[in-house]
Ligand binder design. Structure first.
Ligand SMILES: [Zn+2]
Length: 68
């Protein structure tokens, strides 16, 4: 079952791992964003960093629910 879900994840990922995303670089951040001026980021009181999707996922972040 685990292998199936990994394949499903890979084939259904529309963005390449090298895509740049924006994250709020704070402890409480849980999301990454495709748009720098996303409203999910506007509440960020910390530094906004530009990283790859791969890096964002390594931080345990998931895609912002305002975007997709
Ligand atoms: Zn967003």
């Amino acid at each position: 079952m685990k292998l199936i879900s990994i394949i499903f994840f890979l084939c259904c990922t529309t963005h390449s791992p090298d895509d740049k995303v924006y994250i709020c670089f704070s402890k409480g951040a849980t999301r990454y964003h495709y748009k720098e001026y996303c409203r999910g980021l506007s509440s960020c009181k910390h530094v906004i960093k530009k990283v790859t999707v791969e890096e964002a996922r390594q931080f345990g972040l998931t895609l912002c629910h305002w975007e997709d």
